[in-house]
Design a protein around this ligand. Sequence first.
Ligand code: SF4
Length: 508
Amino acid sequence: MSILVLGDQLTRRHGPVAHRPDERILLIESKAFAQRLPYHPHKLTLVFGAMRAYRDSLREDGRDVVYITASSFSDGLSTYFERYRDDELVMMRPISAGADSKFQHLVEEAGGSLTIVDNELFLCSREQFLTWAEGRSQPYRQEQFYRFMRRETGYLMDGDEPVGGQWNYDERNRAVPEEGYEPPAPPRYEPDEQTVELFEWVTEEFADGYEEKPYGGDWADPGPFRWPVTREQALDALDDFVENRLPQFGPYQDAMVGDEWAMHHSLLSATLNLGLLHPGEVVEAVIEAYESNPDVPIESAEGFVRQVIGWREFLRGVYTETMPQLARANQLDATADLPDWYWTGDTQMACLSAVIDGVRERGYSHHIERLMVLSNFALIYGVEPAQLNRWFHAAYVDAFHWVTTPNVMEMGLYAAGAFATKPYASSANYIDKMSDYCAGCPYDKNKTTGSDACPFNALYWDFLARNEDTLRSNHRMGLMYSHVENRDLDAIERRVSAIREQSSAGRL
Ligand code: SF4
């Protein structure tokens, strides 16, 4: 028997690689994977670079590793089984919907057999999630799941009660820094020769590799590659976060500062999603810092623990239970095309231009920019949810289908009602409160109509008006709708028509 390891399962401490130290390990680097979407070159460099570094570290320790580069996964399996006839493979359960049966089929077609075992890269098993979800109807409540996970894991618990007496300290986590504030510089991991060559290769190889032009893999504007690709670098990134950015992580977690893309965020999402770090060790490092370092307040520790065991585990569970419907959901019947400038950053709107430029440069922006700038605009503009989902999936280094689908379709665009209880729609008000973008924007954040009015404002009122039948009865939307009556909806409609025309013409 040999162990099949996928590119998002790069752990040596969990799963068959850990439990079967004498078995051969198979990794397949599939070119077809890279051609499915116009992925950011940093994303491809990161996934393939981490796979190659994983291979090298296993070989250094004497493990027998077969590493195949192939045009497709099935070609790679055929090559493998020509050499190791009738071998049996074992792998951890893939997370993507439908992937179990797809891999079973591919392996059998290539002449082998496959056993799938539990995926140990999460804290909540599928059975645990099902137990929690049993008897509950959608929308699932994340807060209830989070408390369940706190009790199950014992993280930040004092007996049956949460440490500090509260489950959630969000009211302390909405600070915006003073002008000129400089957070600690985020680490950058200088790529080794192998990764540099890989980056050059993917940039060249996949620039035109995506059929659905106009935007192939050359839409990005990649800066220097910076992400951890080895376990050692991943551990260093964890230490760096805990030591330097965790203390202020909580208070500044929703703040957006134009020149500070990382702020106090952990930047560990890609590393976690590749399997280089386990969520348990990340959460435990944060709790240990909270217990030993008086500079780490409970709101920072709890806010981070919630992101990992409350949100990450929850979204994976919801994804598993609601696919394939979730990926096709569109309960608001949104049909607009994703504006072309999501790929180019070519817009005068200061918030969107800055965030998209950052994504083009490094394949990353933090969660509140994803939710309240990128997704919020697409929501109120009425973008078809699947189009934004594909954009996030292609553009972000930490994006996998199971990550973006619940985040984008549901949190961002309120497409399904699987767990979101209201749409996260907002006017310029929120962006102005939580960022410094509006101060440098040619649009007027206080105006709703007129050619210099912030597009978020008219789109926001228009969104509420055109979705009134679906949303007005939602008790969480009552306050928003109480303000719609006072608006000049005809003037707003005219402004929205102009916004759509300008957006299509690339002049917004
Ligand atoms: Fe964004 Fe509007 Fe503020 Fe400009 S004024 S930065 S478009 S929210």
